[in-house]
Design a protein around this ligand. Structure first.
Ligand SMILES: Cc1ncc(COP(=O)(O)O)c(C=O)c1O
Length: 392
């Protein structure tokens, strides 16, 4: 069903649009700018259609965080390879991903997890590669991971020596700068740390995974293009002798997928300055719950509303939960009322749709590259608003 038809029908109060052309071109550009293998982080959005598009657009494989994600990749694209890059794994997930799904790459950040791998996987198999995740040091991320994962460089050296002493496995290093990292410095700092570790251990790690974390475009966070970040990273890598024989990986999620999906929500009730919408934080708008201001605009009769009269609105989702509310107010046409639609853009990463009070968004409308203009058209270096949303 087309976008306009979906807006006219009374069938649902919320639906996604997926711009496959945009997803393919962003993925292609990203893979062309990275001088290693790009793995798509399935957790960012596991929709099978997305796995197909990024796979056709050049990703080398998939970063999975669980047996369920590895199974999803395997059943969607049977020939695809998965890397199990969650430092916390159950024995069952390790065993089944290895035995049934052909996974050969795992990450750890402590000795207890290494013991688990040594007990479950064949220690004589040189096809296996174990990555040690170390901490980045400095982060400039909206969503930080350093409190949960990663070891110090000296502990990384110790763990690498243990792997080398107790198995025939190949080794690698990995880090994650934190999701929505807005400057390149943490990557550069971590890559230099990796070089120090590589030079200190023998046999040296043969792979470096620089993780995900590349930023998406939101209205309240300074934007730095992932492509320019990749260019700086590539320059450092190419100029570093110790990395010449090291296989390079990255695991972007958000940067690939965030801006090919919009969520359209019908206004189902207006109460003064509050709009109650057909979707909320439980049904696709989690990215707008706390830290991120999403590009948004209003639609009426199948097209964006043009107006000079604006008002700031509080946005609530449709559930009975009072936390089902967006973290920022949104500037929208003053006369917005029941039956109009709000389009929240750039919601493709971590939309976290769960069924709560019976509300969820199950409908996806595929749109062409030209059917939906972006509030902030790419490149995103400066925001120019085509319609509907006023900068604050
Ligand atoms: C191990 C790992 N890799 C990759 C990603 C993807 O990060 P992003 O979506 O910020 O690129 C995450 C996010 O949680 C992660 O934990």
């Amino acid at each position: 069903m087309s976008l306009v038809r979906s807006l006219e029908t009374a069938e649902v109060d919320a639906f996604y649009t997926l711009n496959e052309g945009r997803l393919a071109s962003v993925t292609r550009e990203f893979t062309e700018h990275f001088s290693g293998r790009v793995l798509y982080a399935v957790k960012a959005n596991p929709l099978p259609k997305i796995l197909h598009v990024v796979s056709r657009a050049g990703v080398a494989g998939f970063d999975v965080a669980s047996l369920a994600e590895a199974r999803l990749v395997h059943s969607t694209i049977p020939q695809a390879r998965s890397w199990f890059m969650n430092p916390v794994k159950s024995r069952r997930d390790i065993e089944r991903t290895f035995r049934d799904l052909g996974v050969r790459d795992y990450v750890i950040d402590c000795e207890a997890e290494l013991r688990k791998l040594l007990e479950v996987l064949p220690s004589h198999d040189p096809e296996l590669r174990i990555f040690i995740r170390f901490q980045c040091g400095r982060t400039f991320a909206v969503f930080e991971f350093s409190g949960k994962f990663g070891v110090s460089p000296s502990e990384a050296c110790r763990l690498l020596s243990l792997v080398n002493a107790q198995s025939r496995w190949a080794t690698g290093l990995s880090f994650h700068a934190g999701s929505q990292t807005i400057v390149v410095d943490p990557y550069l700092h971590a890559i230099r740390t990796a070089v120090d570790i590589i030079e200190a251990v023998s046999p040296a790690p043969t792979a470096l995974d620089i993780g995900g974390g590349f930023p998406g475009h939101y209205l309240n966070v300074p934007y730095h293009s992932p492509l320019s970040m990749l260019s700086v990273i590539t320059k450092l890598v190419r100029g570093t002798d110790a990395l010449k024989r090291v296989e390079l990986f990255c695991e972007p999620g958000r940067a690939l997928v965030h801006d090919s999906i919009s969520l359209f929500c019908r206004v189902i009730l207006r109460k003064g300055g509050a709009l109650y919408c057909g979707a909320g934080i439980y049904s696709g708008l989690l990215p707008g719950r706390q830290h991120l201001l999403l590009p948004a605009r209003a639609w009426r009769e199948g097209r964006p509303i043009q107006t000079e009269e604006w008002q700031d609105f509080i946005i609530f989702g449709p559930t009975c939960d009072s936390t089902d509310r967006l973290g920022f107010s949104y500037s929208l046409p003053r006369d917005l009322s029941e039956g109009d639609w709000i389009e929240f853009q750039n919601v493709g990463a971590y939309p976290e749709t769960v069924r709560f009070n019976g509300f969820s968004v199950d409908k996806i409308v595929t749109v062409g590259q030209d059917e939906l203009t972006m509030c902030c058209p790419p490149p995103f270096s400066s925001c120019s608003f085509t319609s509907g949303h006023r900068a604050k």
